[in-house]
Design a binder for this molecule. Structure first.
Ligand code: SAM
Ligand code: SF4
Length: 337
């Protein structure tokens, strides 16, 4: 199929001149884990009728790609616990103009789904892994089984994705002493790794975010005692900055919303499982795309109009503060991390 010219596909641009070409879609807020920094053990999930159907997600993906978006990430909650999610990937991957279809997962279902996801057209996967110690892994995820995730990572490696990346949230006293081991784990497997600073999304009863804070700069110092980190000029338009690990192919990324602000180059928006278009991870500005879809089923023009209009309320940036009470009351699983 001939790829439409981007100028014809009308790029999405906000009031500050930033082009939005990347969308993260949360296909469910449900998850088989209960990571301590993400949700409470007894989290109440959104009633099923309020969650978009796979057809509705496809319509949204189609509208964004028609508006110049060339990169879509499917996330959650845990996207791979959503039934038939591979079929959704299969329908989104070939959209003309889409350059990359990506997935973020906790890895628990990858043993069985890695092959089908690759066959469906997923280009790259990020897999979350916070510890290499089974007991600690269980304590951080509350319900996760490290063995299952490691088997999932192996399945993904053999399935032939373009690139695999580990995502690790580092928390003082829980896993900050594992940064070197985790980088070794990634590099010996030809994978990249990113360290994420915890973000204050939602109230979490059982741990103190300010106390658990371990900055990217501290992690980098710990790594530099053992490895050579060469700066790269790679930019993603997001909160990551990257280094290359010595002579290897491995990239080490730092996602640092606290210590390094990244808003001026922001190129992304998020769609929640209920179809709320979130214009900023750290603010509540949003537009209800589900209302548009359900009032005018199948009307892609109306959907595109709503998405374009939403660009006018994309805020300049987030306002995360560690010590302050959260200003954002939705948790990461409801946000599409
Ligand atoms: N369930 C999948 C997973 O864990 O990879 C996808 C969704 S999860 C919300 C996406 C990423 O957000 C994970 O890497 C997770 O570690 C991270 N995350 C969750 N809550 C966070 C928080 N409060 N601050 C920073 N990162 C967080
Ligand atoms: Fe689930 Fe991912 Fe949140 Fe952990 S970080 S509870 S795996 S959605």
């Amino acid at each position: 199929m001939i790829e439409p010219d981007v100028s014809i596909r009308e790029k999405l641009t906000d009031r500050f001149g930033r082009t939005v070409d990347y969308v993260r879609i949360s296909v469910t807020d449900r998850c088989d884990f209960r990571c301590v920094y993400c949700m409470e053990p007894d989290t109440q999930f959104v009633p099923r009728a309020e969650i978009l159907t796979l057809e509705e997600f496809e319509l949204i993906a189609r509208a964004f790609v028609a508006l110049g978006v060339d990169k879509i990430r499917i996330t959650g909650g845990e996207p791979l616990v959503r039934r038939n999610v591979v079929a959704l990937m299969r329908r989104i991957a070939p959209l003309p103009g889409l350059r990359e279809l990506l997935l973020t997962t906790n890895g628990s279902q990858l043993s069985k789904l890695a092959g089908p996801l690759r066959a469906a057209g997923v280009n790259r996967i990020n897999i979350s892994l916070d510890s290499l110690d089974p007991e600690r892994f269980r304590r951080i995820t509350r319900t996760g089984d490290l063995g299952e995730v490691l088997a999932g990572i192996e399945a993904a490696r053999t399935a032939g994705f373009e690139r695999l990346k580990i995502n690790t949230v580092i928390l003082r006293h829980r896993n900050h002493d594992e940064v070197v081991a985790l980088v070794r784990f990634a590099s010996t497997r030809g994978m990249d790794i990113s360290f994420i600073e915890e973000m204050p999304l939602g109230v979490i009863g059982d741990h103190d975010r300010a106390e658990a804070y371990y900055s990217s700069d501290q992690i980098k110092q710990d790594l530099e005692k053992v490895f050579t980190l060469l700066p790269t000029r790679e930019v993603t338009g997001g909160p990551s900055h990257y280094y290359r690990l010595g002579e290897t192919n491995t990239r080490v990324g730092f996602i640092s919303p606290h210590s390094h602000n990244f808003c001026e180059s922001c190129n992304r928006v998020r769609v929640t499982a209920e179809g709320r278009l979130l214009l900023c991870l750290g603010q509540e500005h949003s537009v209800d795309l589900r209302a548009v879809i359900r009032e005018r089923p199948g009307d892609e023009a109306a959907l595109k109009l709503a998405i374009r209009a939403a660009m006018d309320i994309k805020p300049l940036g987030h306002d995360f503060q560690l010590a302050a009470k959260p200003i954002i009351f939705r948790h990461m699983n409801a946000t599409g991390g």
